[in-house]
Design a protein around this ligand. Structure first.
Ligand SMILES: [Zn+2]
Length: 396
């Protein structure tokens, strides 16, 4: 599937207007922000009837979108729509004068329900001058800003802000680009060194990263406001407050690790992505900051597990579950640490490396795939942890 987009944004009015061509559409249902006005849908110049189903459930990770259903078999369609995003969606997506941040959470383009549907994109973006930009596509400046991704991705993410500076660090094996508020520029050198170390560490563990753009550069956006973090392609988006007064960048390591650990659909299988990323972040922290620091992380994970009332197992936890963080991030990390104690570091990393190599560039690894890449003894252990909500016998 391919998107061609012409996007105009007026930050002072929280306004967006889009002309969107979708080529090789894979589904008759796509999801879009329910507050947008769709002016037209056409295929080969003919008007296509369509309707939005407001009674249908929201897609995972996106509470503002509803399905639009198209009455056509044509694979290539064109939509014209506009709308306002006056609020901050999911704590991160917004169109404001200081910060524009758009990704799947805002339903700003007509997207498939599933994060396992991959696509390329080519977009022209008009915004006022004076904004620094980042995206999971390659940015070129022409008469408008042109952003292209020839690599298949599961989302289109755009960040623009007039409250950040861009700095490029070329001191390491990989080029690093930071967009961050002026006041944290003095802290960027230490952060860059640790991220570069974590990147080499992951490459050694799991093999060369599949994402072509991530072989060339790592882009870190430290947005000048709050909110949580996520990673798209070679760009991670986190709040500048993360680690503001600290010298440990485990949040950055987690997002960096998603360069490898984004191989499963963002459903109940998302534990593979989040468990893989958080366990990798823990492992990088142990390698870079030492055993004592890592033991502090273990104590925190265990405390969260012991204090929880969750009645769901890891694989029974959906993307919208309240227990998502506990079960998909925390318990999975402890599970991998416990597996290291039982089977040794090398066997655990070897299995993860095989799994990554097998599913790199896809979004289709499942729990079954995970289990079948384990040796029999390890498979029995992981099965027990993944399918049980009873963690009373943890060995750590
Ligand atoms: Zn994550």
């Amino acid at each position: 599937m391919e998107y061609l987009l012409d996007v105009q944004i007026d930050p002072s009015k929280h306004y967006i207007k889009v002309l969107c061509t979708i080529k090789n559409r894979v589904s008759n249902t796509l999801y879009i922000n329910e507050n947008f006005i769709i002016h037209s849908v056409t295929a080969k110049g003919k008007v296509i009837s369509h309707h939005m189903d407001r009674s249908a459930p929201h897609p995972p990770f996106d509470t503002i979108s509803r399905p639009i259903i198209f009455d056509t078999e044509e694979k290539d369609i064109e939509l014209e729509y506009e709308g306002y995003i006056p609020e901050i969606i999911a704590d991160i997506n917004q169109i404001n004068e200081d910060v524009i941040e758009l990704a799947c959470y805002a339903g700003w383009y007509p997207k498939p329900e599933d994060s396992c549907t991959l696509f390329t994109f080519d977009l022209h973006l008009s915004i006022p001058k004076g904004y620094e930009l980042a995206s999971n596509g390659i940015i070129e400046y022409e008469d408008t800003t042109h952003i292209i991704s020839k690599e298949e991705q599961s989302d289109i993410a755009i960040f623009a802000s007039n409250k950040v500076r861009k700095i490029v660090i070329d001191d390491y094996a990989i080029r690093m680009v930071f967009l961050c508020p002026e006041e944290i520029l003095p802290m960027i050198a230490g952060r860059a060194l640790d991220i570069a170390k974590a990147n080499s560490f992951y490459t050694e563990l799991y093999g060369e990263i599949h994402t072509q753009s991530a072989k060339n550069e790592i882009i870190s956006v430290l947005r000048p406001c709050g909110g949580w973090g996520y990673k798209r392609g070679n760009v991670s988006f986190v709040s500048y407050e993360w680690g503001f007064n600290e010298l440990h960048y485990v949040g950055d390591f987690h997002e960096l690790a998603h360069g490898w650990w984004s191989i499963a659909n963002m459903t109940s299988e998302d534990w593979i992505n989040e468990g893989g990323a958080e366990f990798s972040a823990y492992s990088a922290a142990k390698y870079i900051y030492g055993e004592e620091y890592a033991n502090g992380m273990i104590a925190n994970y265990l405390e969260n597990i012991m204090n929880s009332q969750s009645v769901h197992s890891i694989v029974d936890t959906s993307a919208s579950s309240e227990d998502r963080y506990l079960n998909h991030y925390t318990k999975t990390t402890i599970m991998f640490i416990e597996a290291q104690r039982l089977f040794g570091d090398e066997r655990v990393f070897h299995m993860l490396r095989d799994l990554y190599q097998k599913f790199a560039g896809t979004r289709c690894a499942t729990t079954e795939d995970f289990l079948s890449s384990c040796e029999p003894e390890m498979k029995t252990y992981f099965q027990k942890r993944l399918y049980s909500d009873n963690w009373i016998d943890i060995l750590i």
